[in-house]
Design a protein around this ligand. Structure first.
Ligand SMILES: *[C@@H]1O[C@H](CO)[C@@H](O)[C@H](O)[C@H]1NC(C)=O
Ligand SMILES: *[C@@H]1O[C@H](CO)[C@@H](O)[C@H](O)[C@H]1NC(C)=O
Ligand SMILES: *[C@@H]1O[C@H](CO)[C@@H](O)[C@H](O)[C@H]1NC(C)=O
Length: 179
C-alpha cells in the first residue's frame, strides 16, 4: 500500500509538472497471446475505427478448462522513450481477492476501471464463462486517463499477464499514444 501511495504521489507531481491539455488518446495496437490454447484461446482481439470520433477495442477469451478459482495478474505500464521503459506501475495481485475489495489495490483498480464497465469480469471468483471486453471506446479510456489520473503526453504500453492456478496462461498488451 505504501509503495502504491508513493507511486500515486509521483504521478500527482508529474501531473503538476506536465501541462494537462491532452487532446487525443489513441490505441495504436492490441496484442493478445494465449500461452496454452487448450486452456484459453482468443476468439477475437482487435481495435476498430468506426469514424474519427468513435473508435473502440474488443476482445473475447474462451476458457476451455473452467471454472477458475485462482487468478493472478501482473500489470505493468511502460512509457516509450528510447525503447519501452517501465513507467511507475508494476503490480502483481490476487485477482479473486482484488475483485472482492477493489480498494485494496488502487493501481489495479485504476487499470481495471479502464475497461471494466465494458466487460463481464466484474464479479467474484470462480470464472467459468468466456471473458469479454466489448467495444470499450477510446473516449472512455481517455477520460479515465486524463480526468482521473492525468498522464503526460507520450506513447505507452499497458501490459498484463494472466495466471490461472499459478500458471501463466495469457497476456494482453495494449499500445497507446496520448498527444
Ligand atoms: C460516428 O459513429 C457513431 C456510431 O455509428 C455515430 O453515432 C456518430 O454520429 C459518428 N460520428 C461522426 C462524426 O460521423
Ligand atoms: C515487474 O515485476 C515482475 C515481478 O516482480 C518482474 O518479473 C518484471 O520484470 C517487472 N517488470 C517491469 C516492467 O519492471
Ligand atoms: C464492479 O462491481 C462493484 C459491485 O457490484 C461495483 O461497486 C463497481 O462499481 C463495479 N466496478 C466497475 C469498474 O464496473
Amino acid at each position: 500500500m505504501f509503495r502504491e501511495a508513493s507511486l500515486y504521489f509521483s504521478l500527482f507531481l508529474i501531473t503538476l509538472i506536465v501541462h494537462k491539455s491532452l487532446s487525443g488518446f489513441e490505441l495504436t495496437n492490441v496484442k493478445c497471446t494465449s500461452l496454452d490454447e487448450s486452456f484459453a484461446s482468443f476468439e477475437y482481439c482487435y481495435l476498430k475505427s468506426v469514424n474519427r470520433t468513435y473508435k473502440y477495442g474488443s476482445l473475447r477469451v474462451k476458457l476451455h478448462k473452467g471454472p477458475i478459482y485462482k487468478v493472478k495478474l501482473n500489470l505493468a505500464i511502460y512509457q516509450r522513450l528510447n525503447g519501452y521503459k517501465p513507467f511507475l506501475y508494476n503490480v502483481t495481485v490476487d485477482g479473486c481477492k482484488f475483485i472482492l475489495n477493489q480498494k485494496s489495490s488502487p493501481v489495479t483498480a485504476f487499470i481495471f476501471n479502464l475497461f471494466a464497465p465494458y466487460s463481464n469480469m466484474n464479479h467474484s471468483c470462480p470464472f467459468d464463462h468466456d471473458l469479454v471486453v466489448e467495444k470499450v471506446p477510446y473516449s472512455y479510456i481517455n477520460d479515465q486517463l486524463t480526468n482521473v489520473l492525468p498522464f503526460p503526453k507520450s506513447s505507452y504500453a499497458f501490459c498484463s499477464d494472466w495466471y490461472a492456478d499459478g500458471i501463466k496462461r495469457a497476456s494482453v498488451n495494449a499500445y497507446a499514444t496520448l498527444t
